[in-house]
Design a binder for this molecule. Sequence first.
Ligand code: ZN
Length: 201
Amino acid sequence: MPSLPEPIATLIAALHKLPGIGPRSAERLALHLVQTDVEAVKQLAQALLDARGKVQLCGTCGALTERQPCALCDDPRRDGSLICLVERPVDILSIEKAGTFHGKYHVLGGKISPLNGVEPEDLRIAELEARLAREPVQEVIIALGTDVEGDATSFYLAKRLAKRGLKVSRIAHGLPAGSGLEYADEVTLSHALEGRREMPS
Ligand code: ZN
């Protein structure tokens, strides 16, 4: 195969870095883009820059937002006595789609994983504890994935948060084993939340 012009090769390499985009897809997208109407490409480039420039993490809960604090933190109809702890901002969307949780959220930003160099201090645990000190939280619902790291992180947090005298629960099993929340359908997630169990401290 004749070698591709350098700008196309660069574009393929950039697209290939995106999650879920394999080498074949990256090549297909790049070849499509270089043959697309220039205006459409400009719009795409501008949309990328706008989204990246305007979206930030909520300083309180860690959700993706355009304003501080985010709409979820700022909504007086949401139950401030409940905080659902999730791994990533996208997990909030999964639970919101299920539509049965009306408390607030906190994004941990990962899971404890010594093998990958992720220690408790790399996660947004201090931010959570600051919230627990100033907000009227009575229960923290841990909604991390069901893999080994999700288990380890949940037990670590249950122990650490129990000292504060609040209830710490974990969403029920029934989620796909070894996976994150995005693979669970809405009914499963609702049941997992409703069937949450208090964690031993
Ligand atoms: Zn927020």
